[in-house]
Every structure is written in structure tokens, then in C-alpha cells.
Design a protein around this ligand. Structure first.
Ligand code: MG
Length: 344
């Protein structure tokens, strides 16, 4: 193997751009990892930079999930791809009744990407992981030629300890449908961040780790099932739930919390907030008797202030449907065509 002496001796500068050599696995890769990633990601499991991290789980009942992040733009009001890549994976564990413990982070970087922006993303990953109480224990960096990817893509795998398994067959007729807050914030924030519309607004993404909000709910007997309504939004989650559980789901338009500005912008752009992505919300199915208690618990948390019971599960019909404000009925189907691709 030929070693490029100039590159090998060069020290990484924050004003630098990502070079193909940063993905070589050689000295430049080490420099990048040390200077950018290890400055912010400081877990003792990561530090040895071995091929695999040794992790310890007290509970042998574990959950594992993975997700790739290709959001455009990389930085948006309320977050960035780094924050999103931690929240998305943490939230998939949390809605599965698990306590998130460990994360792996894989970066695919485009040649020419500013090192300073990569550091901002690393900082964001660090802050969000701390907030969620998870440790980044292993990672990977690859670099592709200019034009072969859009700045940065991230893949995050998460491992958590299962406290409350929540299989879909828990869901029964008579159960309540709860949403933990306003819907459509993330999708709206991303749409506006693309600057394709001449609209000024204060909508920010709801991107947040939900484990702090959801873990206390694991103790409630009547908790049945949870899902985070990301791509495809609340409507798609409920349509999938209805099909998989072979039960009817009915929600009421006037009960679904939607921010005034999100509703206004959606109307203007022809979006439906029920189909827009969320990155800091959960749908919770709970027994009718326990639903009010759960909403009360959620409302005490800053991320659950707008929590509400929005509908119920029924055996009297099939499919998911929306009762409109004027008393009409609309079928909620799974999202067919992505009106807003690359939102996460
Ligand atoms: Mg999910």
C-alpha cells in the first residue's frame, strides 16, 4: 500500500474539508476520529477504537433497532441530522418498551464537506445522547467522492433493555388512542427549511428523545402498545395498526392537537398534518380505564404538555377513520406517495 506522506503528516484543521483520505482507514481517518468525534463522544467503550465495543446489559431481554438518516437540509430549525440520528433510534427503542442504553453511529461523508459542520453534528450527537442517557460505543466513517452523496448520511443502531414488551396483540377493542403532543411539526419545519416557499414562520422541529417522557408510562397496567409517528405521520401509523391488529381505529379531528401555524402552513401548501412526520411524538394505545391517568402523567413532562386522547379502537368496523369537525368521515390510509421525501 502506498502512503501519501504529505497527507499522512498533515494535521486536521477545522477550516478543512473532508478528503477522500479521511475514509481510508489510515492516519487521516484516525485524525478525523480523534479531532472531531472523540472530542465530543467520550464513552470509555468507544475510546479504545477497537473493532467492537464491549457492552454490559443487566437485563438479558434486549431490543435492537437501526435507522439511516438522509434528511435535507442537514441543519433545520429545532435540530440537525446528528440530533435526529440519536432521537430517531432512541425513540424506536422507547416505544418498544425498552430503556435505550447503547448506540453505534456510522457516517457516510461526501468529499469536500466542511469539517466545522461535521463538528457541529458531532456536538449535537453528544448533547442529545447525554440528554437521552445513551452511550455512543462504536462507530464508522466512510468517505465517498464529491457528488456521490449529499454532505452527510448517518446510520444509527441502538440497543436497549426491555422493561415492558408491547406486542401488537395487546391492542383490544375499547382501548383509547393517545397522542403525546402536536402533530406535523417536524414535517412542516423541514418543508420550510428547504426555502422553496416564501413563508416566514416560527415552526421548529419537535425532534427530541422521548425515553424520559415514556419510561414512567411503562409502569401503567393498561399500557398496550406504542409507536412513534415519523414518516407517514399519525395517519399511517393508525392505518398500519388497524390492518395488523384487524381492528377499527377511529380518531376525532377536533381532538388531534395541531399547532395553529402548522395548520395554516399545511393548508397553504396542501399538506395534511396527520400525514406529516413527527420526531418527538408517540402514539400510545391504552385501556380505556388507564388512558386519563397516562395523559395526566404525560402532561407533567415538558414534551407531553399537549398530550390528548384522540380516539379509540373498535371491533365494530375495519380500517382507520377520521371523524371530521363537521361530522363527516374520512378513511385514513397508509401514505402512498411521499409528498415530502428525505425528512429523516
Ligand atoms: Mg419508529
Amino acid at each position: 500500500m502506498r502512503v501519501n506522506k504529505t497527507s499522512a503528516n498533515a494535521k486536521l484543521n477545522m477550516a478543512d474539508k473532508i478528503e477522500i483520505g479521511h475514509g481510508s482507514g489510515g492516519r487521516l481517518t484516525r485524525d478525523l476520529i480523534r479531532k472531531v468525534f472523540l472530542t465530543h463522544l467520550t464513552s470509555e467503550e468507544l475510546r479504545p477504537l477497537e473493532d467492537a465495543a464491549y457492552i454490559h446489559l443487566k437485563n438479558h431481554n434486549t431490543a435492537m433497532t437501526t435507522d439511516s438518516y438522509v434528511v435535507r437540509p442537514l441543519f433545520f430549525p429545532g435540530g440537525d441530522i446528528g440530533k435526529l440520528s440519536v432521537c430517531g433510534t432512541v425513540n424506536d427503542l422507547a416505544v418498544s418498551g425498552a430503556i435505550p442504553r447503547y448506540l453505534s453511529i456510522g457516517f457516510i461523508l461526501e468529499e469536500g464537506f466542511p469539517v466545522e459542520s461535521l463538528e457541529d453534528i458531532a456536538k449535537s450527537i453528544c448533547e442529545t445522547a447525554e440528554l437521552a442517557g445513551v452511550r455512543v460505543v462504536t462507530g464508522d466513517t466512510k468517505v465517498v467522492e464529491k457528488g456521490r452523496c449529499d454532505g452527510v448520511y448517518i446510520n444509527t443502531t441502538g440497543v436497549g433493555e426491555v422493561v415492558r414488551p408491547l406486542p401488537l396483540n395487546n391492542v383490544k377493542a375499547g382501548d383509547a388512542v393517545i397522542v403525546t403532543g402536536t402533530v406535523g411539526d417536524h414535517g412542516t419545519a423541514i418543508a420550510l427549511a428547504r426555502n422553496e416557499f416564501d413563508i416566514k414562520s416560527s415552526v421548529v422541529s419537535d425532534c427530541a428523545p422521548l425515553n424520559g417522557l415514556l419510561t414512567p408510562v411503562f409502569d401503567v397496567d393498561g399500557l398496550r402498545w406504542m409507536r412513534d409517528p415519523t414518516r407517514g405521520g399519525v395517519a399511517t401509523v393508525l392505518a398500519e395498526l388497524s390492518e395488523a391488529a384487524d381492528l377499527g381505529v377511529e380518531i376525532f379531528e377536533d381532538k388531534v392537537p395541531v399547532r395553529e401555524d402548522v395548520r395554516f402552513i399545511s393548508d397553504m401548501l396542501g399538506y395534511d398534518p396527520l400525514y406529516l412526520a413527527n420526531e418527538g411524538k408517540a402514539i400510545i394505545i391504552a385501556s380505556g380505564e388507564s388512558a386519563n391517568r397516562i395523559v395526566g402523567m404525560l402532561k407533567k413532562h415538558s414534551l407531553g404538555r399537549d398530550a390528548a386522547i384522540i380516539g379509540h379502537i373498535s371491533s365494530k368496523f375495519k380500517g382507520a377513520r377520521l371523524r371530521t369537525k363537521i361530522g363527516g368521515e374520512r378513511l385514513l390510509d397508509m401514505l402512498e406517495e411521499d409528498m415530502l421525501p428525505r425528512i429523516c
